[in-house]
Design a binder for this molecule. Structure first.
Ligand code: SF4
Length: 494
């Protein structure tokens, strides 16, 4: 039953919008475990990747049951609901919308009947050819001369299109159907999906979003967006799902199928902000890469100062690196109200006017009279940094030097990250000097793209860096530039 009440909001302050992730996915096959509870905890570890809705699909070998709703994982599920989701196999999803509105119908996992069974599917990433896929669904349905199987009515996201396409191969196994459908998809997709008996995972040929496989000690398989979700359920990391690979996991072990040649272009922004610091991407520790960026920032943009402070939490490793390399003491000058940005309660006008103060509070006793280096992970619109610089000065800072652990974000992402619209990206129009003046800092330094790439230890030709350099590794047709409501535009009322 839809749970939206029209009051849901993540934007406590309309001008305070940073990059938004595009979802976390988790799957587990484990006959000896309470799989819905493992999935719940896996999603908990991935909550930072999507906070609009959450869902779990579970199979007992005979049928798949899906439970999903708007809200955080802890708001959607309680003990009673999880106890009712019994089976040996489950997948889970937490969503931030990039194609399709943030409504119950677009929450995941998506579900369809397929032949004599069914499929449930969760997706991290964003497809760039949704318009073509919509036509392909109609064509395939006509070819097999069969009305579409029942599924999620009213869904307008790219993920539902994948599920609908899979359902147009009712005579194939789900693995064979996926091998037919996935080559038709363009853009970013890290998928977990399931039928009544087997857990599957698949990743686009570029491997833009991460996806890892783990093994449970008592027998069982886990797939997740990040390694932290394996750790939280006690699974041992085995390997990444390779770009262009589909894996099937069940009592017969792991089976692998290639549907495309690997052309790795992993998202560089995962290193900057999206992934948790305890993630490993292409074998590289995200925490280590962020600390190294901080060291390089200190070398490239030195300044005489008394204290290095991070904008918590994602900039903390880079601030540690800056302090280490510069010899300037590290400290905490900003306290983050970790949960307020994820409330579902619409703030009153009085609270909205407080803006950034709802999220951060300065530690006056640490800041007063000091020359500060404030390290942040990225600048999107510049409003957050402008407010923070003002807040630090109001709290008594004598100087505020801003160092940014990523290059200027100049182009939008079409592969699953929702930045501000292109016209709102401050670096798209302004030089570093102009941005420095705009945010009111004493000095400003961005890590270069080359330095950030080196710190990731991934070769440049195996990375997507499009939001920094405008070079998109997967073609972006005009239809994809319609934005997240493109399927509402293409098929209004569907
Ligand atoms: S455009 Fe930026 S955020 Fe999007 S996939 Fe490429 S590097 Fe990542």
């Amino acid at each position: 039953m839809p749970g939206g009440d029209g009051l849901l909001s993540f934007d406590l302050h309309p001008d305070d919008k940073g990059p938004k992730d595009a979802c976390g996915v988790f799957g587990v096959w484990a006959p000896r475990e309470e799989v819905a509870k493992l999935t719940y905890f896996g999603l908990y570890a991935l909550q930072h990747r999507g906070q609009e809705s959450a869902g779990i699909a579970v199979s007992n070998g005979r049928q798949i049951l899906v439970y999903k709703d708007m809200g955080l994982v802890s708001q959607v599920f309680d003990e009673t609901i999880l106890e009712s989701l019994t089976g040996h196999l489950a997948i889970g999803h937490c969503r931030y919308s990039t194609t399709g509105a943030s409504v119950w119908e677009n929450a995941q996992p998506t579900f369809r009947s397929i032949g004599s069974g069914s499929v449930a599917l969760g997706h991290n990433g964003n497809l760039t050819n949704s318009g073509d896929l919509l036509e392909l669904v109609a064509k395939r349905s006509a070819e097999i001369d069969r009305a579409e199987s029942p599924g999620d009515k009213g869904a307008t996201n790219d993920t539902d299109l994948i599920t609908r396409l899979l359902a147009t191969y009712p005579d194939l196994s789900l693995l064979d159907a996926a091998a037919e459908v996935f080559p038709e998809l363009r853009g970013a997709f890290s998928l977990v999906f399931m039928d009544e008996n087997t857990l599957y995972a698949g990743r686009d040929p570029q491997g833009i979003r991460p996806l890892v496989i783990g093994e449970l000690a008592d027998g069982g398989w886990v797939v997740a967006s990040e390694k932290a979700a394996l750790d939280i359920v006690g699974a041992t990391f085995l390997r990444d799902v390779a770009p262009g690979e589909i894996v099937a996991l069940d009592g017969d072990g792991i089976r692998s199928r290639r549907f495309a040649v690997e052309r790795q272009k992993g998202c560089l922004f995962e290193f900057v902000y999206l992934s948790r610091p305890d993630a490993r991407i292409s074998g590289r520790s995200v925490h280590e890469s962020r600390v190294e960026v901080g060291r390089r920032l200190a070398r490239d943009f030195p300044v005489e100062a008394d204290l290095v402070i991070p904008v918590p939490e994602s900039a903390t490793p880079a601030a540690i690196g800056y302090a280490e390399a510069s010899g300037i003491p590290y400290g905490h000058g900003l306290v983050k109200n970790s949960y307020v940005g994820r409330t579902f309660i619409q703030p009153s006008q009085t609270l909205r006017q407080l803006g950034i103060r709802l999220k951060y509070n300065p530690l006056r006793e640490v800041i007063e009279g000091k020359r500060l280096v404030m390290v942040d992970d990225s600048i999107v619109r510049g409003n957050t940094q402008r407010a923070l610089v003002r807040m630090l000065r109001d709290a008594g800072a004598s100087e505020v030097h801003v160092r940014i652990a990523s290059p200027p974000v100049k182009w939008p992402c079409f592969y699953g990250i929702d930045f501000a619209s292109p016209s709102e990206l401050i670096a798209a129009e302004q030089s570093v000097e102009e941005i420095c003046a705009s945010i009111g800092a004493d000095s400003l330094g961005f890590i270069s793209l080359e330095e950030l790439t080196e710190a990731s230890e991934v070769p440049a030709d195996r990375l997507c860096r499009a939001c920094f350099d405008g070079s998109y590794p997967v073609e972006v047709p005009d239809s994809a530039r319609l934005g997240k409501y493109q399927l509402e535009v293409v098929a209004p009322g569907r």
